[in-house]
Design a protein around this ligand. Sequence first.
Ligand SMILES: NC(=O)c1ccc[n+]([C@@H]2O[C@H](COP(=O)([O-])OP(=O)(O)OC[C@H]3O[C@@H](n4cnc5c(N)ncnc54)[C@H](OP(=O)(O)O)[C@@H]3O)[C@@H](O)[C@H]2O)c1
Length: 326
Amino acid sequence: MMAVAITTPGGPMVLKPERRDVPLPGPGEILIRVKAAGVNRPDVAQRKGVYPPPPGASDLPGLEVSGEVAALGAEVKRWRVGDQVCALTPGGGYAEYARVHETNALPIPAGFTYTEAAALPETFFTVWHNVFQRGGLKGGEAFLVHGGSSGIGTTAIQLAAAFGAYVITTAGSAEKCEACLRLGADRAINYRTEDFVAAVKQATEGRGANVILDMVGGDYVARNYEAAAVEGRIVQIATMGGAVASTDFSRLMVKRLVHTGSTLRPRPVEVKADIAAGLEAHVWPLLSSRRISPVMDMIFPLREAWRAHERMEEGQHIGKIVLDVA
Ligand SMILES: NC(=O)c1ccc[n+]([C@@H]2O[C@H](COP(=O)([O-])OP(=O)(O)OC[C@H]3O[C@@H](n4cnc5c(N)ncnc54)[C@H](OP(=O)(O)O)[C@@H]3O)[C@@H](O)[C@H]2O)c1
């Protein structure tokens, strides 16, 4: 099969097409004939050599795919050859075939194209787990998501709004803020021109945000503690602004905050299966009815994955970048 590999750690041009053996599905796994693969920021980190694949995962990049079931491993119960699925992969998505545990695949929502379906798993699994399962966001609460125009951010805005939260977001330009408002955010803060702590306090009449989803870290840690409501939950999913921070922990005690975090990729298939079940029950109906949709930025051919990474690193994108594998 054709696949795009990381030939050596480095810039986008180290992504090169290669011939590889088609992977064999193990017990409980399905082989997917990939039609489209999503591009995510962690792929960029893997390409640079700072985010190695977990043990047992493919060395190829790619954390999500859509396509057709091409073969079944032993003991597969749910799927048949020919079923149309999208799936979370622990790696190996930038290829014509990928193998995945059957419980980490979901049916393609009604009416979705393969490229739209490939844009779902990574951000929907991440947001469902971190915002709703870990953060416990409920309708009527105030939710702050940083990086609102990112793949993660555009998903978090739509899901939080659909479940009745008051949604506040930050983004780095007026154009990105407008896109966030169109997606259902109640308030979008341009963090380059406004102090997000003051803006969150103002938008919540002084109460602060009940749940904060943060991918920045660094000096945002102390500022998130200021922007959080009493009993607020702060969920860390990345540290793009720095992994080390100095903060006044008395804010954590006085407000009785919970600061937690997680990384999805190394979790066991059982945990991902549980997230998939929650998504299928509560979120897939919203996708099938088009109440929410993935925000599609640009689509590139698989062979030109380097262009997709260049686009992501330029930081002008809004929503998801996807590779067309068909
Ligand atoms: N923990 C997990 O399980 C998990 C899973 C998936 C993804 N992630 C992480 O989630 C993040 C988003 O992923 P993605 O694929 O959605 O990426 P993406 O679309 O490339 O988005 C990255 C966003 O980060 C914002 N940003 C970057 N540096 C910033 C800074 N210093 N201050 C404020 N905002 C900054 C950018 O917004 P502006 O242009 O507005 O600055 C951009 O919208 C990544 O860091 C990724 O590694 C974590």
